[in-house]
Write a protein of this length. Structure first.
Length: 177
């Protein structure tokens, strides 16, 4: 049996041209100012509300700080190692650490006694297995001794006693100059 569909051809119906629509294939963009169109202004004459906002200045980085006694403020923009004669560990996380030397006439303070670092919006203090220990006075809490190697999150106002009258005070956020 022979089918009549073998020689049937289908065609798309003709598409009516849009009378009022734009001809997107033949659009020409001109650099000439469009002063005749009341809805288009050159950038220097456009209403301010129509202009994109000026790019914001990047935020100034802020870091917590600390001070030992009445010494200068040290920013925690790098990990700080505090001790009688601090040294950099064999493995360093991040950039170059800051070594903060303290006086210890009776040798109560270990060579590298304490690590202080800013992690996001917190400050972490870690006893580095010091010989004579580290005492922590967090505002509103009783004074306690850190276990060797213990890390704790500390708040602004915390006092950390590492011996020989070396007391570290954690300071609020400071703008990096």
């Amino acid at each position: 049996m022979h089918s009549d569909l073998d020689d049937t051809m289908t065609a798309s119906p003709p598409v009516a041209a849009e009378a009022a629509g734009p001809d997107l294939e033949h659009t020409v963009v001109s650099n000439a100012p469009a002063r005749l169109d009341p809805h288009v202004w050159p950038a220097d004459e456009a209403p301010a509300a129509w202009l994109p906002p000026a790019p914001a200045a990047p935020p100034t980085p802020s870091y917590y700080g600390f001070r030992i006694g009445n010494s200068q403020i040290v920013l925690l923009d790098a990990i700080a190692y505090v001790g009688r004669k601090p040294s950099t560990p064999r493995v360093v996380r991040g950039g170059a650490p800051r070594l903060v030397r303290v006086q210890s006439p009776t040798q109560e303070v270990s060579s590298t006694h304490l690590e202080l670092r800013q992690v996001g919006s917190t400050v972490v203090a870690q006893d580095l297995h010091s010989t004579n220990g580290t005492k922590l006075a967090v505002p509103g809490h009783p004074v306690r001794a850190l276990r060797p190697g213990e890390s704790v999150v500390v708040t602004v106002g915390t006092l950390i006693d590492i011996g020989d009258r070396n007391v570290i005070e954690i300071l609020p956020l400071q703008e990096n100059p």
